[in-house]
Design a protein. Structure first.
Length: 241
């Protein structure tokens, strides 16, 4: 009986050791499996975020390129034409192909303004850029838009106020104002007045300076700075592809 008990205790100890080692092995395998799964998930999440950041940057780049074309066209056409119509009004050398008496008269009523959408800044502001390689350059682009659009909007208000003051001046000074507002046509007396009245010429000189050197200067800087950011983002995207 004593021998039997010893053998049974020996078997129990042996089986327990085997079971314990087996259990430890199972736990180790489970832990390794969990770590592998987490690693795979992390890599997949990293790839997803990288693709998301790259796609966001690509969308911003497309919008920036569109806006640059818009600004370039505005500079080369709207501002250029307005500048030469102002020069014609003041009897300075001007591009005769881009001016006319009608366009000179229209300076009294309206001034072209740059209409750039905020799509690029919305894309950037709404994007999750944490730990993104594109974070700094995209934030720089958003700040470039905000830095220049805010003063442009301010200049729009100043120019609209100036136009209103000029029209108010005409309303109180000339008998042909009614016909001008109704027919939108500057008759002979109108044309003589706007060309010879020194007070009105001074108003137009101030308006030209505000628009060409103020508004136009902001547009010029906006284009140059945004173009530099576009080149940086384009090169960075090319490097990462």
């Amino acid at each position: 009986m004593k021998i039997f008990r010893r053998l049974r205790q020996k078997w129990i100890k042996t089986d327990f050791k085997k079971y314990f080692l087996y259990a430890i092995g199972e736990i180790v395998l489970v832990v390794i499996g969990i770590l592998i799964a987490l690693g795979i998930n992390n890599r997949q999440e990293d790839k997803r975020l990288q693709k998301y950041h790259r796609d966001t940057a690509a969308q911003v780049l497309v919008q920036v390129k569109e806006d640059l074309e818009l600004i370039k066209d505005f500079r080369e056409n709207d501002i250029y034409e307005l500048e030469h119509n102002f020069l014609r009004y003041f009897d300075r050398a001007h591009d005769t192909l881009r001016t006319s008496p009608e366009k000179v008269v229209s300076l009294m009523f309206s001034i072209a303004n740059l209409e750039v959408s905020d799509r690029a800044t919305v894309l950037i502001d709404n994007a999750d850029l944490r730990n993104s390689e594109y974070e700094n350059i995209l934030i720089d682009i958003a700040q470039t838009y905000k830095k220049h659009l805010k003063p442009l909007y301010g200049m729009d208000e100043i120019l609209l106020l100036t136009i209103g003051e000029n029209l108010e001046y005409l309303r109180n000074q000339v008998p042909w104002f009614e016909d001008l507002m109704i027919d939108l046509r500057c008759n002979y007396d109108c044309q003589v007045f706007i060309k010879t009245d020194q007070s009105y010429r001074n108003r137009m000189a101030n308006m030209r300076f505000t628009y060409i050197h103020g508004y136009g200067g902001i547009v010029e800087n906006f284009y140059d700075n945004l173009k530099a950011r576009e080149k940086e983002l384009s090169a960075f995207l090319h490097q990462k592809n």
